[in-house]
Design a protein around this ligand. Structure first.
Ligand code: INI
Length: 157
């Protein structure tokens, strides 16, 4: 018999930290509201959610690293919006952010979720922040709960 382990979207009792970037705040505040809405719908209590604001997406790994290492959270969610524009800054910021967040998850074991939009245009970012292409913040929140639950399920064997 094959044993299949899967995480469920169970939010009761889960403690979640969210780091959000202020850069492109008109987008990231929508990601945050999508994330909070999903957490509430899944049963996470408002008092179990901590939101931290950082200047830009480049700073997300620093804050998430600190949050993950407190041991107080079942998952950490990073929310940001990196929009290409005309410079190579895009590659540097998005690359550092993605690699940094991945490393935190691997090094600490705390699910660290990449809720960062990386788009060519502002229009694409708006589409993914609660209009026609969904809300990446809401997806990140669901992902955080699934991975937190999966961690518990794997540990229980
Ligand atoms: N930060 C973002 O979150 N999104 C961007 O699109 C962006 N651009 O385009 O530059 C951005 N830059 C700021 C960066 O994240 C840092 O805050 C800054 O470089 C200071 O370290």
């Amino acid at each position: 018999m094959v044993k299949v382990l899967e995480g469920r979207l169970r939010g009761e009792g889960r403690r979640i930290a969210i780091a959000a970037a202020r850069w492109n705040e008109f987008i990231t505040e929508r990601l945050l509201s999508g994330a909070l809405d999903t957490l509430r719908r899944c049963g996470v209590a408002d008092t179990d959610v901590t939101v931290v604001w950082v200047p830009g997406s480049f700073e997300l790994p620093t804050a998430c690293n600190q949050l993950a290492r407190t041991g107080r959270y079942d998952a950490v969610i990073a929310l940001g919006a990196v929009i290409r524009g005309a410079t190579s800054h895009y590659e540097l910021v998005s690359g550092h952010c993605a690699a940094g967040l991945a490393r935190i998850g691997l090094d600490t074991g705390v699910p660290t979720i990449f809720g960062v939009l990386t788009t060519e245009t502002i229009e694409q970012a708006i589409e993914r922040a609660g209009s026609k292409a969904g809300n990446k913040g809401a997806e990140a929140a669901a992902c955080a709960l699934e991975m937190a639950d999966l961690r518990t399920v794997i540990e229980a064997g």
